[in-house]
Design a protein around this ligand. Structure first.
Ligand SMILES: Cc1cc2nc3c(=O)[nH]c(=O)nc-3n(C[C@H](O)[C@H](O)[C@H](O)COP(=O)(O)OP(=O)(O)OC[C@H]3O[C@@H](n4cnc5c(N)ncnc54)[C@H](O)[C@@H]3O)c2cc1C
Length: 461
């Protein structure tokens, strides 16, 4: 009899899992339950910046789910998981049974204990509803004043969207530098200097003590005595995994659900993927949460293949943050903060160009890059650094070459055989297929052809 695969969530982990299950098993029953429409959070800043309409953030529609023969329950929540009875309870009271369960419920912003955090116009920027509410709150304003509380990766992606709208921006960060979990102090100093030159107010090493209502507008009071007027305040002070539904279930957790290299929890038919999953880390001994889209996609595909009866092992996710910060591209990878590593650094403070390579013997184990977001050479270098780290290639003599030529990653990448290695690498043991969802049923203008066979399946649907 066909197995019933139940998926909770509708982000990239969930949609990639369901497509992968279907790829391997035409008959499996699949049900997806999500309290929001299936969509990509990563696309929200493009909507916020006015570059795309809201519907372009969606990653599935009725036709897509019908084609893949998936039963969907959008707008519903799972309140409880029972791993003994193999069932989930929905907030509406229904109980559903499963053979395999995937928990892909992601994470949510934490609410900092700041007086005034519940005032209208003070909010996180994480979901479809949050994006709509920022757009509503700023509608008709020529140059809304925004205070961003928290200078982390997601906060800065949101900042970038608002910068494109030419809003008046200030950032408050409790730690002594911006992007504290992404860049070292020198790179961060360059980013802060760049942002200041672009008219963004930077307030590091100080916290928000209170947000006051000031006749509809807000006044953000800082510990150092400064007060910043704002039309909206975005709280970006961190995220936490959405674990409530498994409270008391016996599923083992740490900061997220602990999973093995098949994305299985301590119950072999219960899988976790994406932001919620604390899984293998390519450059660490301990399981880690890497709350980024690429990890969610990989997790979803590995979990989906295994739910469909394959035996796919995940080598681990690469910690990787890449963001366009108002025209300055910033990226860090792997063990970028490793005090044991041998380090090579280039720092051009005038042009805000920073490159740091971190080595363990002749293997690159971490990197930090900043530079002009329009510099195509730098962008391709970032892509190649990702490939070098992902394949864990020993660079041999190319290490010394990079010491002398830190702006010529390409030769090391090709010379050490990284491109060749990547061509032969697949996550699930077969080439990936193009995504099954095309917005409004539109086919992409360019299609996959024979030249792509090594990377993606060219078989027609
Ligand atoms: C504004 C923004 C920009 C970002 N930009 C980038 C970027 O540029 N690059 C990058 O790599 N990453 C980016 N990210 C992070 C990336 O979006 C996440 O890592 C990714 O969405 C995680 O995918 P997921 O499938 O695990 O969870 P999610 O995408 O969070 O999806 C989980 C879904 O499950 C639903 N859910 C939760 N609990 C329940 C329940 N009990 N019952 C039913 N449904 C439930 C949630 O509401 C949500 O819809 C960004 C995130 C945000 C918010």
């Amino acid at each position: 009899m066909a197995k019933h695969n139940l998926i909770i969530g509708g982000g990239p982990a969930a949609t990639n899992a369901l497509e992968t299950i279907r790829e391997f098993d035409a008959d499996a029953a699949i049900t997806l339950i999500c309290d929001e429409p299936t969509h990509s959070r990563m696309a929200l800043p493009y909507w916020l910046a006015g570059k795309i309409p809201e519907k372009h953030t969606h990653t599935g529609d009725d036709a897509y789910f019908q084609k893949l023969n998936v039963t969907v329950r959008i707008g519903e929540r799972v309140d409880r998981v029972d791993p003994v009875k193999n069932s989930v309870m929905l907030s509406g009271g229904d109980t559903l049974n499963f053979d395999n369960l995937l928990i892909a419920t992601g994470s949510s912003p934490v609410s900092p204990p700041i007086p005034g955090k519940d005032l209208s116009g003070v909010q996180p920027m994480w979901s479809l509803a949050h994006t709509q509410s920022v757009l509503d709150a700023t509608a008709g304003m020529e140059k809304p004043r925004v205070v961003l509380v928290g200078a982390g990766f997601i906060g800065f992606i949101v900042l970038n969207a608002m910068f494109k709208r030419q809003w008046e921006l200030s950032v408050v960060e409790r730690e002594s530098q911006v992007l504290p979990r992404m860049l070292d102090a020198d790179a961060a100093a360059g980013v802060a200097d760049y942002l200041t030159s672009q008219g963004v107010g930077i307030h590091t090493g100080t916290s928000v003590t209170e947000i006051k209502d000031d006749g509809g507008a807000k006044l953000v009071q800082l510990e150092n005595g400064t007060s910043l007027p704002a039309d909206i305040v975005i709280l970006a002070t961190g995220i936490k995994t959405n674990l409530e539904l498994i409270d008391g279930s016996g599923i083992t957790t740490d900061q997220g659900i602990l999973v093995n290299d098949r994305m299985q929890s301590n119950f072999e038919n219960i899988y976790a993927a994406g932001d919620i999953a604390q899984g293998p880390d390519l450059y660490g001994d301990q399981n880690a949460i890497h709350a980024i889209q690429t990890t969610a996609v990989d997790h979803g595909r590995v979990a989906g293949a295994n739910m469909a009866g394959q035996d796919v092992r995940y080598p681990g996710s690469l910690l990787m943050n890449i963001a366009d910060v108002c025209g300055l591209q910033c990226a860090s990878f792997g063990n970028w903060n490793d005090p044991q590593a041998e380090v090579m650094t280039v720092n051009n403070t005038r042009q805000h160009i920073y490159r740091k390579f971190l080595w363990t013997e002749d293997q690159l184990t971490g990197a930090i890059f900043t530079g002009d977001a329009k510099d195509v050479g730098m962008l391709t270098d970032i892509g190649m650094i990702k490939g070098i780290l992902q394949t864990q290639t020993s660079l041999g003599n190319w290490k010394e070459y990079l010491r002398d030529n830190p702006f010529d990653v390409r030769r090391a990448y090709i010379g050490a055989g990284v491109a060749q290695k990547l061509v032969g690498t697949t996550l699930t043991g077969r080439p990936a297929r193009p995504r099954q969802f095309h917005f409004g049923g539109n086919k992409p203008a360019a299609s996959v052809g024979p030249a792509h066979t090594a990377f993606v399946s060219t078989k027609a649907d």
